[in-house]
Design a protein around this ligand. Structure first.
Ligand code: AMP
Length: 226
């Protein structure tokens, strides 16, 4: 698909865990040629450093809790400051609280970046079924699903051959905790953005392949012409 220009826009993707944010974000990165910023991925890199902060983050993540607003806000601002984000970025899994949303809206305004919000709406029973079948590559972050997108060779990443893992936070008890936290901390963003965002779209993430869902999101952005 030819790359298209969206101007200077930050696309914020949110939705429950397992709603397909990562897959949609990767697809949008390909469509619009701006970087994909996943706070979950950056936090897992911090965990891999195994320093004090990494251990703290791991404990929160493994118990299905959100990391402090202050830390993720800093991570995102640092990443957005790099030159490759001058024309915008796809923010995957950020913001996740109303506080984060207020913070980033100001930052984007100061940087003359328009913002566009995509809410991936997926039923919780679909989420639980997806997450329990999810496997990830610890090396490159590629994501598989044992039912809908299995790796070509048993339990190994198609891209680099690394043995796939189940994320610690994809265990069923942790998934339930993440969904509870989503409900109280992230779901309020629906009302917040519906009122505040110039471009706010709800995408039905229940039906169709991940590519079809991503294409729906892509078409909405392309047609909003900021
Ligand atoms: P994800 O890979 O997006 O599912 O994120 C995995 C975990 O990282 C989440 O369950 C949180 O513990 C943490 N995390 C990622 N993004 C954020 C955020 N914007 N705010 C707080 N915690 C986050």
């Amino acid at each position: 698909m030819p790359k298209i220009t969206v101007g200077t826009v930050a696309v914020m993707l949110f939705g429950p865990p397992g709603s397909g944010k990562g897959t949609v974000a990767q697809y949008l990165t390909g469509c619009f040629d701006v970087p994909h910023i996943s706070t979950g991925h950056i936090l897992r890199e911090q965990i891999a450093l195994a320093d004090g902060l990494g251990r703290e983050v791991k404990e929160l993540m493994d118990s299905g809790k959100l990391v402090a607003d202050e830390l993720v806000n800093r991570i995102v601002v640092d990443r957005l400051s790099r030159p490759d984000c001058a024309a915008g970025a796809i923010l995957d899994g950020y913001p996740r609280t109303v506080e984060q949303a207020k913070f980033i809206s100001e930052v984007l305004k100061q940087r003359a970046l328009d913002s566009m919000v995509i809410y991936l709406d997926v039923d919780y029973d679909v989420v639980v079924s997806r997450l329990t079948a999810r496997r990830s590559c610890p090396q490159c972050g590629a994501v598989y699903n044992l039912r809908s997108k299995p790796p070509k060779v048993d339990s190994r990443c198609d891209l680099d051959g690394t043995p796939l893992i189940t994320r610690d936070d994809d265990r069923e008890d942790v998934i339930r905790q993440r969904l509870d936290n989503y409900e109280t901390q992230t779901q309020p963003l629906v009302d917040y953005f519906r009122e505040q965002a110039t471009w706010y779209y709800r995408v039905n993430g229940n039906d169709g392949s991940s590519e079809q869902i991503a294409e729906r999101a892509c078409a909405l952005i392309r047609n909003s012409n900021p």
